[in-house]
Every structure is written in C-alpha cells, then in structure tokens.
Design a binder for this molecule. Structure first.
Ligand SMILES: *Cc1c(COP(=O)(O)O)cnc(C)c1O
Length: 387
C-alpha cells in the first residue's frame, strides 16, 4: 500500500478493546496483574503504555524497522541511542549535525570517554579516512541543517557494514514519507518528532526505529533504564498529527520548491540552499535516494543586518527556532539553532551571519512570496540602513 494509506491503516489506528477510531490516552502509571504468575503485556508505564505502543508500532511500520521507541524529545532519543556506545568508543559524525547533537557529543559524551570526529559526510572518502580501530558508529544527518548537504546513505551503509559500524541516520527533515534510511542500509533512524511528524508546533517528542532485533532489544532496555519516555498525552498528539503527514508534506514541499526558485532569482539573495534546485550540489543524489525535497530551505542575504531586517519585516512566518509545522517558520541559525556552536565551527559549516532558514508551512505560496518580497525589498533595506 502507498504511504498515505499506511499512515491511516497500519494496524495501530483502532483501539482493540472498544473499536474507538482514536487510540485512547491511557493515563495509568501501573497495571493490575490478575494472575501474578502470568504477568500481562503491561506492568509499569515507563516500560510500556498502550498509547505509546500504538505510536511506536506506527513509526516502526512507516520506517520499515522491527521496533519503534518514543522519547520525551528528539534529544532524549538521540542521547539514549548514543548510550549504545561505551567508554573508549569513537564515532564519525556529519559535520553539519543538529546543534543539540553537536552539544551532547562535545560536552557530555566526551566526558564519558566516547569521542567523535566530525567530517563532511557528503564526501565518503572523508568518512573512511576518519575511521579508527575503535570506531563503532557513524551518525549521519541528511539533508543537513541548515545548508541541506546530502550524504549518500547507501554508500555510508556500505562503509558501515564493511567496517562493522552502527549507522544512525537523523531523518527529521524528510520523514519516512520522503526517505527511508533503513531500506538504504542504515541500522537506526532517529527523529525529532517535534518537527514534521507532529507538525503543529504543539508537542516535543523523539522517535527511534531499529532495523534489526538485536539493536531493538538494546535500545528497548536503554529506553526503560534511562526512562526518557514520551508522556501519554504527547504520544496521542503525535499519533494524531502523523495522520496528516502526507497531506501536509505535499502542500508544504510544493510551496517550498516555488519559493526556492523565486528566491534564486531575487537580486538581494546571494545563495539559496534547496535540494530541489538543479544547481544544488546534492540535487542528483537526493533525487536518487529520496522521494522528495521536503519543506525546508535556506537562503543567504549577505549580512547579519539584512538577515535581521528580513526577520523584523516578515509578517506571515513565525520568527522562531524549530521547523516542520503547519505555519511557516523563519529562523536565523547563527543566533538561534546554532548559537551554541563556536563561530569558527559555524562558518566552516556555511552558517554565515546572513543565512536564514525557512520551513514552509501551509499558507498560500503566493502570500508567502509576497511577504518575503516586501521583507527583502531593497528600498526598505536601504531606508533602514542595511546593505
Ligand atoms: C530539532 C531537531 C533535533 C532535536 O529534537 P528535539 O525534539 O528538539 O529535542 C534533532 N535533529 C534535528 C535534525 C532537529 O531538527
């Protein structure tokens, strides 16, 4: 069946006890054991909850893995997955990785004796060169944030397989609608479900899917041990949000493509990053390994002053961190999502002071373009002292 159908009919959408068309919010922390000799499916809600289980099974089905896990945030999910590694282990990580992932690697795991090397994973030779005898994992984010660099997932998986590494892919930007890393050879997919999966800027959540039983067992044990599980109300919100994932993505991605083309022709824009533009370095690879380009694009207006003016002048997008919502969100990576990254590291990643990231929502593309046109207008820039 096609993705849109599987979102709604995956075996986890109807309450098995009542037939209710929405999985109930099971607000219970513990479960009565009517026969202590034969424990039931659920015993304590950190270990399992029926609402959370429906969500976990849904994401596992959509990503094509054996088991899914829901966490209290994307970072809780990613941090828990990193606990698969031990002191002395080394990881190779995409240089353009999400700021929070960079922070947990460089400020927390480093203290625990888990080291990492950041490389441009779009160049697989750099990945191979960074592998050491103690390397155990490869962590890839593609397309990356915010310059949308594309890493060859099948190529990365071939390296991981031959060198015995666990390949972990952050699939937040594309979701399983557009990209299924497990089918390309990854071992684990992680998500900030706060973004497109939730889709409504109203829930913070993380999801993990394991491709095989062995890793699924270990992640399940870590989820239960560390305990950063997703709350039941949020699990329900996420299940609800995900039902419209395809419908939302179709509209937002179509608008993103139009806006990217429009920005590429705009005289005040120095550069546009969108994998759907033929000039993007990852255009062909993206077309090969993914089924779409998603709804996030970035563009460089040349200076911090100009970026600030655009942020102040737009009226439709939220000016905020985060992405992947029904409303468009415009952010300034240098001072928002990547503020915790040292300036030198940021600039190596192309995150200049003039870079803006736009997550396209469900507003009309025409209205968004008109709003951006006004915000970018040279005359206004000049009057405000920019340029
Ligand atoms: C937001 C984000 C995260 C972190 O998720 P939270 O839900 O905010 O903890 C991780 N990776 C990517 C690509 C993200 O955009």
């Amino acid at each position: 069946m096609e993705f849109g159908t599987r979102l709604l009919h995956n075996g986890n959408e109807i309450d098995p006890h009542t037939g209710a068309a929405s999985i109930p919010v099971y607000l219970a922390s513990t479960y009565h054991q009517s026969d202590p000799d034969r424990p039931g499916r659920f015993d304590y809600a950190r270990s399992g909850n029926p609402t959370r289980l429906a969500l976990e099974r849904t994401i596992a089905e959509l990503e094509g893995g054996v088991r899914g896990f829901a966490f209290s945030s994307g970072m809780a999910a990613i941090s828990t997955v990193f606990l698969l590694f031990s002191s002395g282990d080394h990881l190779v990580v995409s240089r353009d990785v999400y700021g929070g992932t960079y922070r947990v690697l460089t400020q927390v795991l480093s203290r625990l004796g888990i080291s990492c090397t950041f490389v441009d994973t779009t160049d697989l030779k750099q990945v191979e060169a960074a592998i050491r005898p103690e390397t155990r994992g490869l962590f890839v984010e593609t397309p990356s944030n915010p310059t949308l660099k594309v890493t060859d997932l099948a190529g990365a998986a071939a390296i991981a397989r031959s060198r015995g590494l666990i390949l972990i892919v952050d699939n937040t930007f594309l979701t399983p609608y557009y990209q299924t890393p497990l089918e390309l050879g990854a071992d684990i997919v992680v998500h900030s479900a706060t973004k497109f999966l939730g889709g409504h800027s109203d829930v913070v959540a993380g999801l993990v899917v394991a491709k095989g039983e062995e890793l699924a067992e270990r992640i399940g044990a870590l989820q239960n041990t560390v305990g950063a599980v997703l709350g039941v109300q949020d699990a329900w919100l996420l299940l609800r949000g995900m039902k419209t994932l395809k419908a939302r993505m179709d509209v937002s991605a179509r608008s993103a493509a139009r806006i990217a083309e429009w920005l590429a022709d705009h005289p005040a824009v120095r550069r546009v990053y969108y994998t759907g533009l033929p000039g993007h370095p990852g255009y062909r690879l993206q077309a090969k390994q993914a089924r779409g380009n998603g709804a996030v694009l970035s563009f460089d207006v040349g200076s911090r002053e100009r970026a600030m003016q655009v942020l102040k002048r737009v009226t439709l997008p939220l000016v905020a961190v985060s992405l992947g919502a029904v409303e468009s969100i415009l952010s300034h990576p240098a001072t928002m999502s990547h503020a915790s990254m040292p300036r030198e590291e940021r600039e190596r990643r192309g995150i200049t002071d003039g870079l803006l990231r736009l997550s396209v929502g469900l507003e009309s593309a025409e209205d968004l373009i008109a709003d951006l046109a006004e915000a970018l207008s040279e005359k206004k820039m000049f009057v405000l002292g920019g340029g």
